[in-house]
Design a protein around this ligand. Structure first.
Ligand code: IPE
Ligand code: IPE
Ligand code: MG
Length: 256
């Protein structure tokens, strides 16, 4: 993989779609990924949907390392939405068991790479075994200073916005905040992603062209990149291609 990366970074590579040239001084600080298409990936292979989730889980570390290798600071992975509870009980249960498989398997290498685990979402209503697995990983990596691997788990953008507004109202009522003090920056600190920069780049796999209630406040000026690839087959090459395309974009923020 590192040879491949070297090729992409180095001068030896032709600048084509397969081996994009990356500029290390313009790497997105925060990349958010909607890891979609696990079910369809499995179905395509005649496997149960949960096999797709398992395979998708296996892909997380690979992409984390790819992101770390080019200097990404925060990688937010949409793992379970507040709407995903609507799925069949067996599927939800399988998804909820993934953290207790993922972390014991990958945590040592993540620690070696100085990765810090974070979670964005509601801890209430997660089963104990899910919460314990993620909290243990957060605790074990809390002093790490490298890439932040942020799992959006039981996360929903509208719920986050409503909760943020409620917290603002409460603070106003208690005299901790004056209404005129509420700036975009202050409001950001009421979001679950408080302290993190907004995503520079959003990647969604599996060909769906929507946000599905992901980071509605934070994505206001994020660059969007979509691929037909299902999440389990999303490779480093896809990832670097997305970053290379990001680097060709002009971010104007409404200006000229
Ligand atoms: C994404 O894959 C994983 C989760 C939403 C948990 P899906 O399970 O949505 O897969 P598709 O979109 O049905 O193929
Ligand atoms: C979004 O995917 C949520 C995650 C990837 C965790 P979904 O598969 O739930 O989104 P919709 O239902 O297609 O919008
Ligand atoms: Mg889906």
């Amino acid at each position: 993989m590192f040879n491949q990366l070297k090729k992409w970074l180095g001068n030896e590579s032709a600048q084509d779609e397969k081996s994009p040239h990356l500029e290390l001084d313009n790497v997105p600080s925060h990349i958010a990924i909607i890891m979609d298409g696990n079910g369809r990936w499995a179905k395509q292979r005649g496997l149960p949907r949960v096999a797709g989730h398992h395979s998708g889980m296996k892909n997380v570390k690979k992409i984390t390392i790819a992101a770390d290798s080019i200097g990404v600071k925060v990688l937010t992975m949409y793992a379970f939405s507040t709407e995903n509870w609507k799925r069949p009980k067996e599927e939800v249960e399988f998804l909820m068991k993934l953290p207790q498989e993922f972390f014991p398997l990958e945590i040592e290498e993540l620690i070696e790479r100085n990765v810090r685990i974070r979670m964005t979402g509601w801890k209430e209503s997660l089963p104990d075994y899910t919460l314990n697995a993620i909290e243990d990983a957060i605790e074990r990596t809390k002093n790490n200073t490298g890439l932040i691997l942020n799992f959006a788990l039981n996360y929903g953008g509208r719920k986050e916005l409503l909760a943020g507004v409620q917290d603002v109202l409460k603070d106003v009522q208690e005299g901790k905040l004056r209404p005129e003090e509420l700036t975009e920056e202050t409001f950001s600190s009421y979001m679950l992603t408080s302290g993190l920069p907004d995503p520079d780049l959003l990647i969604r796999t599996s060909g769906e062209l929507r946000l599905s209630n992901f980071l509605l406040w934070q994505l206001a000026y994020t660059e969007l990149w979509f691929t037909e690839a299902y999440w389990p087959e999303f490779s480093e090459e896809h990832f670097y291609r997305a970053v290379a395309e990001y680097q060709r974009r002009a971010r104007r923020y409404g200006g000229l």
